[in-house]
Design a protein around this ligand. Sequence first.
Ligand code: SF4
Length: 196
Amino acid sequence: MEKNRYILKNDTPSCHLLHVCCAPDLVISYLAGARGDVFFYNPNIHPRSEYEKRYKEVLRVAEFFEMNVVEVPYDPETFFEKTKGLESEPEGRKRCEICIRMRLEKTLEFAKENGYRSFSTTLTASPKKSVEMINNAGINVSRYNLVQYIPNVYRRSPLYNLSQKLIKQLGIYRQNYCGCVFSVRNEDKEKGEEIR
Ligand code: SF4
């Protein structure tokens, strides 16, 4: 099995691990004060080409902000296993809860194994996600652990407008669906297109 590895490593690794879902949310979160080593664990993203595109953009932003990045292998099977039976759930419900939890559990696991003291996620930068669901998942997975989850609401940053300008200036790719194959279909439905 492929292993995680560090890239773009600075002299001093951070003691905080930052789960990053996509490049635009990393920009918003960074300007809202998020720091730490970048952990891009998102096996929900479909298809692989989209995953690679989003990851490449995250690398670009991390380099811009001089952040360390932990390279994590892509394992979509884990997402499909965990969300089996929930394929037709509407967005924002049980499937999303499991998807968010899965990503935060893995972040915590890596943080524990590698001596980080705390972790958080850029997921709360998105206006489309439930901050309560995300922060509750973080608090629950880290319960009884020495590695603390730091709740946040990065989208409430006073520099939110500035981050939008920076995203544009840097020409960062903005996806038009959340990530999984089921959210691609939702997007199609909203547009009135034929569902794949
Ligand atoms: S819609 Fe987004 S949060 Fe929900 S399961 Fe799909 S990728 Fe995960």
